[in-house]
Design a binder for this molecule. Structure first.
Ligand code: DAH
Length: 357
């Protein structure tokens, strides 16, 4: 190669290298401004700049044509471009995947594991409903102890000393204290309220009671009752009937009929038991009501004057009514639970059935 030709050749190469440097500079500006909205777009950029046939590889291939004195500068610029392109594309990839995770279809505020919420026990549901109905009728809540004395459970409630309910077969006694017992009915709360308060008294008393019974599908050694008591001037049996009718209709439906049958309780005179028209057949007769069309749900009556006097209330001034019902009984009628034991076994499969009750 003669000298002239060589000079032209060198000149061409230098020109080519300058163009290369300009190209690198352009690509640096381009890469700094890259944008992508999806993973596919990020991948397209990677292919365009960083793949084997991408822009940067092409520059690398061209690198051997760079004259020795310019190799250092060009090499540094290509490296700068490559680092910038890798950083930018990685950043875009991170941003896109974060945006996808935070997208509409994934709720980052949700807990990682589904939490099973508990549900109310069916007896609590029924208890609350009973309390609710009577609250709306003007009754306030009263409670008393489950471990009681004989006076509040029996004597103040006009039970004769030899009444069979006091018998060992019925009542749980605390061995060392024959006077201390587990209450066998919530009527004891009547006495608790009367000793603290003068009429007008209008209370509803829900609670657990205990009886010494063999546990079976139809009996248990503990169950739940709600007691009601209203004492004022001129309270009559008609008032009692009306309140109980109202309760029955709210509890079992507006078509419900009630019927009062004469009965006996030591603490009421007169006394009655109340039936409601069968919640299943409406009174026609079915297996639930054993063909009778009626279901017994509670005991009631006018508070015996002897009970008022025993508890410090003047029976010449005041009269009152009382009633008592079993919560399990009401729950059975509402939900047709055939076996009483289910209420205290706490089998979640049973309890789960009342999730929406
Ligand atoms: N204490 C009664 C029982 O356990 C239920 C009862 C009946 C309560 C009549 C009353 C009532 O207040 O008047 O069987």
């Amino acid at each position: 190669m003669n000298c002239k030709l060589f000079c032209i050749f060198v000149h061409q190469i230098r020109k080519h290298t300058k163009a290369m440097i300009e190209k690198i500079q352009e690509l640096i500006t381009e890469v700094k401004a890259l944008q992508a909205g999806t993973a596919e777009e990020v991948e397209a950029l990677r292919i365009k700049y960083l793949s084997k046939k991408g822009e940067i590889s092409m520059l690398m291939n061209d690198f051997r044509n760079v004259p020795a004195d310019m190799k250092k500068e060009v090499g540094m610029r290509i490296n700068e471009l490559k680092t910038l392109a890798m950083e930018r594309i990685n950043n875009l990839r991170d941003a896109v995947s974060k945006a996808e995770v935070a997208g509409d279809d994934i709720d980052l505020t949700r807990t990682a594991y589904p939490i099973r919420l508990g549900s109310r026990h069916p007896l609590t549901v029924v208890r609350n409903e009973i309390v609710d109905i009577f609250s709306r009728l003007g009754f306030t809540l009263a409670e008393g102890p489950e471990v009681e004395d004989d006076w509040h459970v029996y004597s103040s409630m006009n039970f004769a000393d030899d009444h069979p309910a006091r018998d060992m077969q019925d009542t749980f006694f605390v061995e060392a204290h024959p006077d201390i017992i587990l209450r066998s009915h919530t009527s004891s709360v009547q006495a608790r309220v009367m000793e603290q308060q003068q009429p007008p008294i209008r209370v509803i008393c829900p609670g657990r009671v205990y009886r010494n019974e063999a546990i079976s599908a139809r009996a248990h050694c503990f169950f739940h009752q709600v007691e009601g008591l209203y004492i004022d001037r001129n309270v009559s049996f008609a008032d009692l009937r009306q309140v109980l009718l109202q309760f029955a209709r709210e509890m079992f439906g507006t078509d419900t009929q009630i019927r009062l049958r004469p009965s006996y309780f030591p603490f009421t005179e007169p006394s009655a038991e109340m039936d409601v028209s069968c919640t299943i057949c409406g009174g026609k007769g079915c297996s639930m009501c054993k063909g009778a069309g009626w279901l017994e749900i509670l005991g009631c009556g006018m508070v015996d004057p002897a009970v008022l006097e025993a508890n410090g209330i003047d029976s010449t001034q005041y009269t009152g009514y009382a009633f008592g019902m079993g919560i399990e009984r009401i729950a059975n009628l509402k939900y047709q639970v055939k076996d009483l034991r289910l209420f205290s076994e706490n089998d979640v499969r049973f309890l789960d059935e009342f999730r929406n009750a």
